[in-house]
Design a protein around this ligand. Sequence first.
Ligand code: GRF
Length: 192
Amino acid sequence: LTLGILGSGSGSNMQAIFDAIQKGKLRARIAIVLSDNPDAFILERARSQGIHTEVIDCSPHRTRFPEEAQEETAAKLKRAGVDLVCLAGFMRLVKKPLLDAYHQRILNIHPSLLPAFPGMEAWKQAIDAAAPETGVTVHLVDAGMDTGPILEQEVVPILPYDTAETLHARIQIVEHQLYPEAISKFASENNL
Ligand code: GRF
């Protein structure tokens, strides 16, 4: 199982996947980490683990993912021999060229129980909505925003004194456990 990871931020989920591989809990290797943000900490973390990194040249608009940039991304992933793509805090919407290049082979992790609270800062949305609980979802990526078929979910309760920050921290602990497990399960079910 050869993974390619795309992220725009801190890369703690990438780190959790790497750690699960090191511990023998996930039989895989991370061939490449790509980011649309040259300053993202995910790149630094990956390099410090000896993982090959590349920057995707995107439009300055924060969430648009131009077709040429998607084609370039698909080419980089293919060159690295990637057979499963994992989005981990990647802030751009994946559309046709990349979706076609990796049909049913792109996963995402989202910090809510989808379909509730898609989009940005889902933990904050859950607090603002006074939801009794939220959670984590790993799903297959389609052309929508956080809409693809759900693979795994885990509930995270919202505690009386939770702030957006404390809730997000507890959600991340669950994410770091769930994502490597979901990748492992998906790979074995799909003979990857
Ligand atoms: C995670 O909360 C993930 O669910 C969301 O973006 C965040 C990425 O965090 N899609 P990190 O970069 O893996 O630390």
